[in-house]
Write a protein that binds this ligand. Sequence first.
Ligand SMILES: [Zn+2]
Length: 462
Amino acid sequence: MAVQRCIEPACGATFGLNERLYVCSLCGGLLDIEKPCELIGEALALREVWMTRLASPDTSDRSGVWRFRELLPFSDNAPIVSLAEGNTPLYEAPRSARYCGLQSLKLKHQGSNPTGSFKDTGMTTAVTQARILGARLLVCASTGNTAASLAAYAARAELACAILVPQGQVSLAKLAQTLDYGAMVLEIEGNFDDAMRAIRELAEDESIYLVNSINPFRIEGQKTVAAELLQQLGWQVPDHLVMPGGNLGNSSAFGKGFRELFDLGLIDRLPQLTVVQAEGAAPFAHLFARHEQYRPAQDTPVKLTVIENPQTLASAINIGAPVSWQKAWREIVWTRGHALSVSEQEIADAKAIIGRDGVGCEPASATTVAGIKRLVADSIVGKDENVVAVLTGHLLKDTDYVINYHRETLYTSDHAEGKTETGTRITGTFANHPVRVSATGDDILKTLECEQQQRKLQNQGK
Ligand SMILES: [Zn+2]
């Protein structure tokens, strides 16, 4: 039988799947869901059935999550809540590859999910579990993407939901989505970490089901992205998988996904997982820097130091106390991966470059390309290695940021919040200004010629 198991090595307590828990009731440790390999199936048969489902019109087969349902801890008659999530594109990104100094780079765009972020792949399973448990009110704290995702899936399931967001720190696009899907939105005084602390006080209330990334059923849905990616790659394991790090649920999920596929014999090695954070919100990268020298064994106790006042314009990862850090740490150690941080300027420039590949993403996602550029420069990633970067949110999730970058009016968060008058301006290295012209063919042609000339010179320079 599949169970929920406490990840603390000294505890390891197990609980039934339908016990309404968020953490271990004995020691407070995070919970993993464990499904024995023999209940999942045989590698070759799985590959075949997953391939066959790509051509199936069935709702659960059309979902990029439920298509891999053998990996999930649900029975065949589970009341699935789906918006046809997953099935996200894997793009070849030559412009970004050149920028990083790589021969090639692939972008797995999780921002192409129904609500524009990777959160949907975990929300479909968490809200399905909520239905199984008979929950009436779903609640989460969010920097914005989880809010939009939960609101959509709760609406789909006809369940009430409430969202706690840090006041004034969520992009308007994400707030707009959440309101449109009908969620109750509660704005909390403070930052995301304060909202998260407040929400933990609600865990005891029987009428409420918490759907934060600490909820192990969210990780279950998100882990299927590993299978989808490998299927797209013809089951050739990339050397590196690089993703942004905020609350670290996504890194945990990718790690779990790859390990399970390895245990099942679907792959014969693991990619190295790398987590990239923004400099002003990088507790996990700091932890890695402290322990990098001696590469700790799997069970060496390590302690994350919380960042009290995290600051980054990449609001999706503006998190100082990531709840899933122990799980993510485990995956980094198991795969001999890395964690690092990049500056606001590096994020902004990398984001513009991803845009030039015709792909685009929200700021947090661009930490990946910025991080890969660093890792290549430091010879940690080889120029000819196979690298996949995970983009977590859609370009339109934060249009203020984009417009300000291209107008060269993008300032660091201190300035944005009016705390200092001298907030640092981000240089628009790849800025793309709109140009004013009069409504005459002559003027338009003249301007176009001039613009094209300038771009030619710019491209030669870079
Ligand atoms: Zn425990």
